[in-house]
Design a protein around this ligand. Sequence first.
Ligand code: AMP
Length: 214
Amino acid sequence: MILILLGPPGAGKGTQAKLLASALGIPHISTGDMFRDHKARGTELGKKIQAIMDSGGLVTDDITNTMVDERLSRADVMSGCILDGYPRTVGQAEHLDGLLKKLGRTVGKVLSYEVSEDALVDRIGGRRTCPTCGAVYHLTQNPSKSVGRCDKEGATLVQREDDKPAKIRTRMQEYAVKTAPLKAHYASRGQVIELDGLGAPGAILAETRRRLGR
Ligand code: AMP
């Protein structure tokens, strides 16, 4: 089953995507993680997208779609996958529709995580990540055992460049203008499941699985 996770920055999509992927035994595909990996490795693509990512803006549809086409052509997505952070524009959603049609597949459900704007700002502002393994913490809601250090790697936790206050506003605007309309795109086909994104990750996962029936 191909699942799409929708929700504004800070809604907890990444956390739920990882939990769901492990619970359902299907890969977690995060375009944000893929772009960050390119940046960290200093690839040609990484250099091209660095400035736009750091500003909180969206990478172009062409670049993003090409990267996703390659990822979705791999064998490990045969039994399904969780798409986290893609599609993010109506153009990307239409591209994905065309790609899946060619592959003889369809989107299963679209999980839309709803969170108030105040909670989003708090979540993003307190988010810290491990530069080595990508583990995500929150200063108060999900702190690491030793302050400022990753539980697994011991690495110093960092704040993502685009999680800094000035960039959060740009990301929220990008979401409102370009991504929020996607909900209507999928709702018109009866594919959207709305979920409360506030609460303990385990409880949200349980509710997501109950609504999915899996
Ligand atoms: P995320 O980790 O999903 O919040 O993504 C981090 C950043 O990567 C975004 O702010 C964008 O700059 C870029 N990005 C991730 N996914 C996409 C996408 N589907 N389309 C365009 N840009 C994206």
